[in-house]
Design a binder for this molecule. Structure first.
Ligand SMILES: Cc1ncc(COP(=O)(O)O)c(C=O)c1O
Length: 471
C-alpha cells in the first residue's frame, strides 16, 4: 500500500519541478563551488529513522541546488546540450512510477512494442534507410561499443565470443583524428588495443580525408594486420564536421570493413529537408547512432541505435538461460539481446510523448531556430576583427577565439582565450566549453538548449565583449 502522503508529496514535487524549469534562468549557469565542498556538508552516515520530505527538500535547496550545473539554462552553451522538454519530463514521471524493467517483451510488452514503433517513427522522421532496425541504448558510447563488438564477431564468425582471442588477431579500427573519445574507449573494451585505432587526418573542414583512410588500410594489410571497421562522424564533437560518408562507404565496401556512423549530436538535424543531403551513403553503412537525448528534447538517456543486420547484432549479444526464456521469444523483440545490459529502463515512452506533443513540424521549427541563432552568432563574430571563426559552422556550434590584431603569439593567444572563457563561466551568466584545433585553444558555443532565444545569445555576446575590457 502506497504511503498516504504520497499524492500530496507528488503534487508538491510537480510544483517544484515546474518552478525549477520556469525559473532556471535565475541560477548561475555553473555553480561556484570548490571540490569537496558539497560532500563535506553531508552527514557521514545515513539516518536510522525516517526523515520528512520537507526536511529533505530544505537540504536539497541548501546543499544540492547550489552545486548544480544548470544544463536546462538557456545560456548553457557548453559541450552539446542534454535537453529536457516538458513532454519528456511528463513521460519520465510516469516511467518512474511504473518502474518497469524492460529486458524482455514479456517483462512489459507495451514497452517493447512502443520501442519498436518509435524506432520506426524515427526512421521515417529522419528519412533513414527503411530496412534498418533499431533499439534504444543508454548512450552513443554504448551503441558504438555494441557496434564494434558486432563487427568483431561478424568478422570472425562469432569465434571470439566462444573461444576468446587466440593471440593471432590484430584487428584495426579507423576513425578521423576528431572522433569522439567513446571510440577510443570502445576500441579498448573490445580488446583491439589503443595502438590499433588509426586516426585518419582531416581536411581544412575537419572532415576525414578518404584517400588517407585508403592509404592506412593498405598499409595495415601489407603489414599483416586485419582492418576491421571504420567509424565516420556526422557532426564531430569539436566542430560538427561531417565526414564524407559516401566515399568512406565505398572504401569500406571495397575492403570489407564494417562501417559505423556516429551522428550523436547532428543526427537530429536530419529531420530538416535541407540537411537530408547528409543521408547520402547511409544505405551502405552497417550501423548508425544518434542521440535524441542531446538535441531532440528527449531527455537523457535515449540513444537511437540502428543496424542493417539485426540478426548479427542479436547473435553477438544473445545469451538465453532457461530463466529468461518465454513462449513469445520467436515472435517478439527481446531488447536484452540487442545490447549489453540485461536490465533496461522504459525509455520509449518519452520519445512517444515528445513526438506526439510537439509533432514533427514544431520539432523542425525549433531545430531551425537553433541553427538560425547559431548562424547569427557566427556572423557577429566574423564581423568583429578582434575575433576569428576557427571552423566552418554547418549547424549551431560556433568555434571561435579572441585574436586582437596586435597579438600573434600562439601561447599568449591560448592563454588569453582560456582566461576569457574561465571568466565568462565564473560570472555564472553563461557556460562555454572549449576544444583544441591544430594546437589552438578554441572556444565552443552551442546554441542548442531547448528554450534558447536570440536575445539570450545577443545578451551573452555583450557579456563576452564587456569581459574583453578586463582582460
Ligand atoms: C560525436 C559524439 N559521439 C559520441 C558522444 C558520446 O555521447 P554519449 O554521452 O551519448 O555517450 C558525443 C558526446 O558529446 C559526441 O559528441
Amino acid at each position: 500500500m502506497a504511503d498516504p502522503n504520497f499524492r500530496k508529496q507528488l503534487h508538491l514535487m510537480a510544483d517544484r519541478m515546474a518552478d525549477y524549469l520556469e525559473n532556471v534562468e535565475q541560477h548561475p549557469v555553473q555553480p561556484s563551488v570548490e571540490p569537496g565542498e558539497i560532500k563535506n556538508q553531508l552527514p557521514e552516515r545515513p539516518p536510522a529513522k525516517p526523515e520528512p520530505l520537507e526536511q529533505i527538500m530544505e537540504d536539497f535547496d541548501r546543499f544540492i541546488l547550489p552545486g548544480i550545473t544548470h544544463w536546462q539554462h538557456p545560456r548553457f552553451f557548453g559541450y552539446f546540450p542534454a535537453n529536457v522538454s516538458e513532454p519528456s519530463v511528463l513521460a519520465e514521471m510516469l516511467t518512474s512510477a511504473i518502474g518497469a524493467q524492460c529486458m524482455s517483451w514479456l517483462t512489459s510488452p507495451a514497452a517493447a512494442e512502443l520501442e519498436e514503433r518509435m524506432m520506426e517513427w524515427l526512421i521515417s522522421l529522419l528519412n533513414l534507410p527503411q530496412n534498418w532496425q533499431g533499439s534504444i541504448q543508454s548512450t552513443a558510447s554504448e551503441a558504438t561499443l555494441v557496434s564494434l563488438l558486432t563487427a568483431r564477431e561478424a568478422a570472425c564468425d562469432w569465434r571470439i565470443n566462444t573461444e576468446g582471442f587466440q593471440g593471432d588477431e590484430q584487428f584495426v579500427v579507423y576513425a578521423s583524428e576528431h572522433v569522439h573519445s567513446s571510440i577510443d574507449k570502445a576500441v579498448r573494451i573490445a580488446g583491439f588495443g589503443d595502438r590499433n585505432l588509426r586516426r585518419i587526418p582531416v581536411d581544412e573542414q575537419f572532415a576525414m580525408i578518404p584517400e588517407e583512410l585508403e592509404k592506412a588500410v593498405d598499409q595495415d594489410l601489407r603489414q599483416g594486420r586485419r582492418p576491421l571497421a571504420v567509424v565516420s562522424v556526422l557532426g564531430t564533437t569539436a566542430t560538427t564536421a561531417i565526414d564524407p560518408i559516401p566515399e568512406i562507404s565505398r572504401i569500406a565496401k571495397s575492403h570489407n570493413l564494417w562501417h559505423h556512423v556516429d551522428a550523436a549530436y547532428a543526427g537530429t538535424a536530419l529531420i530538416l529537408p535541407e540537411y537530408q543531403k547528409w543521408c547520402e551513403g547511409l544505405d551502405e553503412v552497417d550501423s548508425f547512432v544518434f542521440n535524441p537525448h542531446k538535441w531532440m528534447g528527449v531527455q537523457f538517456d535515449c540513444s537511437a541505435y540502428y543496424v542493417r543486420d539485426a540478426d548479427a547484432l542479436k547473435r553477438t549479444f544473445s545469451i538465453n538461460p532457461a530463466y529468461l526464456q518465454t513462449r513469445a521469444d520467436e515472435q517478439v523483440n527481446n531488447y536484452r539481446d540487442w545490447g549489453i545490459p540485461l536490465g533496461r529502463r522504459f525509455r520509449a515512452l518519452k520519445l512517444w510523448f515528445v513526438l506526439r506533443m510537439y509533432g514533427a513540424d514544431q520539432i523542425r521549427r525549433r531545430i531551425r531556430r537553433h541553427i538560425d541563432i547559431g548562424q547569427k552568432l557566427a556572423g557577429w563574430i566574423e564581423a568583429d576583427d578582434r575575433f576569428e571563426l576557427m571552423a566552418p559552422v554547418p549547424l549551431n556550434l560556433v568555434c571561435f577565439r579572441y585574436h586582437p590584431p596586435e597579438i600573434d603569439d600562439k601561447v599568449r593567444l591560448n592563454e588569453l582565450n582560456q582566461t576569457l572563457m574561465q571568466r565568462l563561466n565564473d560570472s555564472g551568466k553563461m557556460f562555454l566549453t572549449h576544444a583544441e584545433l591544430n594546437g589552438q585553444f578554441v572556444i565552443r558555443w552551442v546554441t542548442g538548449q531547448t528554450h534558447v532565444t536570440k536575445q539570450d545569445v545577443a545578451e551573452s555576446w555583450e557579456v563576452v565583449l564587456s569581459q574583453l575590457r578586463q582582460l
